[in-house]
Design a protein around this ligand. Structure first.
Ligand code: NOJ
Length: 582
């Protein structure tokens, strides 16, 4: 199984110098530190643990590590609730450990991207502690409103009492009443994550100060958490109650979001050679052009359109089947919509999403579908983001019971559902929770078949996927046909084939029910990508427009016998092939 020919490099001379940048040519790797590797056997991953695995990352061939938050935090949302932006969480190590990590990456020619979480802080951040006591200059650092706690039933959470009808993205009202200040504060996420008031220039100045502090410590960029939520509509008007998240039209891409990011670019980012990737739920391609187009303030945006394809229109937890038509249409819209304009951030899973094999692939064809999906991500125009464990084909987790989940979003959802009359017990919603919970992505990295997957010697903070005895790094590295070795080859291929990085994208067979095929073209070099997205054995009929004579197979996840027919070939379940076309 699995063949690769050594790719014939094409020169990058044909790519305009102004188009070329290191981050477009990079493969990114996301690390969720809590679950990566535990060096001191307390059940929690840590920075020294990552340092021990630097050679592993180097062997895999990735170029940039994105580290999700390691700052001091009460961990209500596992680090996306920051108490001190200039310190490391004790559980994860020290600033010295962080420096060792940064230096170890740089010594191996890898770069480090940090997570910038500045839509909100922790409620334990000093700014919030002072804001709730109205200590200047922090009084207006957050979004406080009076509301009317006595209105309605006298319960401060009676809808009539609240400043508006906005929902939190984790469910329930987006307002919490603070007894001390006698006002409500806005939190688009958990009550322990109050939103910062970006209208206040002092807040923006402080954020820029934090950014400079890290940039001056020689980091290589930021991934910016929900950065298109930072500006809220004037007057915080009520939202449309029929929206999935009430109020979202008033905080997604709010009136000043782009303006603040331009200011951030002018004041800070433009002084450094770094990459910026904005996490931007709810953006369309048109919005993305504003943020990451030619004159946009950021380099790349994570959009979520493909993450919504299997979510119910009214309730994201009401999962349904996704369709290849919608999937192809979505990716094609982004590929063509940003062509010549901006750059895609390509991902199929991350620490907030189910595992891609379980969602867009097939656990019964774990290796085949993991490698097919990887081929897809690494041959589109954009930069691929690999999430830890993806490179060994980690899957969703058969959580035994409600008690095994720890993620705040999941727990809130379960709580809310159990209050409903039509939900008797957890098993009534168990399938949806097991499919969609963020905990699927957060179980410990599976290093070996030793107890706890070789992640720790102690009880891990989150259950280990029982398939670790079969799915683990050690066995994957020992098997030349594994998902891991395929990733290595794919990453090498992308490094050596500029057509896969910079080439134009053109979909082929736009209506095929099982096959997603496209051509990439860079001057006189082409690449043909043929992917069977299902477990059938469809025939790929070569479109007349594709000159296939002399095509060279660059990579495939099955053994391919040559020669194939001149006008096409049969595919096996989840088969992926990439050809170089003359
Ligand atoms: C997006 C992050 O990826 C997610 O983990 C977090 O819960 C929310 N933003 C809030 O910070």
């Amino acid at each position: 199984m699995n063949s690769t020919s050594s790719p014939t490099s094409t020169s990058t001379a044909s790519v305009a110098e102004s188009e070329r940048t290191w981050w477009k040519e990079s493969v990114f790797y996301e690390i969720y530190p809590r679950s990566f590797y535990d060096s001191n056997d307390n059940g929690v991953g840590d920075l020294p643990g990552i340092v021990r695995k630097l050679d592993y990352l180097d062997d895999l061939g990735v170029d940039v590590v994105w580290l999700t938050p390691v700052y001091d935090s009460p961990q209500a949302d596992f680090g996306y609730d920051i108490r001190d932006y200039r310190d490391i969480l004790d559980e994860y190590g020290t600033m010295d450990d962080w420096e060792r990590l940064r230096d170890g990456l740089h010594e191996r020619d890898m770069r480090l991207v940090m997570d910038l979480v500045v839509n909100h802080t922790s409620d334990e951040h000093e700014w919030f502690e002072k804001s709730r006591r109205e200590v200047d200059p922090y009084t207006d650092y957050y979004i406080w409103r009076e509301g009317d706690p006595e209105a309605g039933s006298g319960d401060p959470y009676d809808p009539d009492a609240l400043p508006n009808n906005w929902d939190s993205l984790f469910g329930g009202p987006a307002w919490t009443y603070d007894e001390r200040r006698g006002e409500y504060y806005l939190h688009l996420f958990d009550g322990k994550q109050p939103d910062l008031n970006w209208r206040n220039p002092a807040v923006r100045e402080d954020v820029y100060g934090i950014m400079r502090w890290w940039l001056d410590r020689d980091i290589d960029g930021f991934r910016m958490d929900v950065i298109n939520f930072i500006s809220k509509a004037d007057g915080l008007p009520d939202g449309d109650p029929s929206a999935v998240v009430t109020g979202s039209e008033h905080f997604i891409n709010g009136p000043h979001a782009c303006e603040y990011l331009r200011e951030m670019d002018e004041r800070v980012l433009s002084e450094y050679d770094v990459v910026t990737v904005g996490e931007m739920p709810g953006i369309s391609v048109e919005d993305a052009r504003e943020y990451v187009g030619r004159d946009g303030p950021l380099d790349m945006a994570f959009h979520f359109e493909h993450m919504r394809l299997d979510e119910g229109p009214d309730d994201p937890w009401n999962f349904r089947d996704w369709s290849l038509d919608d999937f192809r249409e979505t990716f094609t819209r982004w590929q063509t919509g940003l062509a010549g304009e901006g750059w895609n951030a390509l991902y199929l899973n991350n620490h907030d999403q189910p595992r891609m094999v379980s969602r867009f692939g097939d656990e019964a064809y774990r290796v085949e579908s993991a490698t097919m999906l990887a081929t897809f991500l690494h041959t589109l125009r954009g930069s691929p983001f690999v999430y830890q464990g993806e490179e060994i084909g980690m899957t969703n987790v058969p959580f035994e019971s409600a008690g095994k989940f720890v993620d705040v979003e999941t727990l809130r959802y379960v709580e809310r559902m159990l209050e409903r009359d039509d939900v008797e017990n957890f098993e009534d919603i168990g399938d949806a929770v097991r499919y969609g919970s963020r905990d699927n992505a957060r179980t410990p990295m599976q290093w070996s078949d030793a107890p706890n997957a070789g992640f720790t010697d102690r009880e891990p903070w989150l259950t280990v996927n029982p398939n670790y005895t079969e799915v683990n790094v050690e066995s994957a590295r020992a098997d030349p046909d594994s998902v891991w070795h395929y990733y290595r080859r794919l990453i090498d291929l992308r490094h050596d084939a500029p057509v896969l990085v910079y080439g134009d994208y053109e979909p082929l067979l736009p209506d095929h029910p099982e096959i997603y095929a496209y051509r990439r073209t860079l001057e006189d070099v082409g690449a043909l990508v043929v992917l069977n997205f299902f477990d059938g054995e469809p025939r790929f009929d070569l479109p007349g427009s594709v000159a296939y004579d002399g095509a060279e197979l660059l990579i495939s996840n099955y053994e391919v016998e040559r020669p194939e027919g001149p006008d096409g070939f049969d595919l096996r379940p989840y088969e992926a092939r990439v050809y170089r076309l003359e």
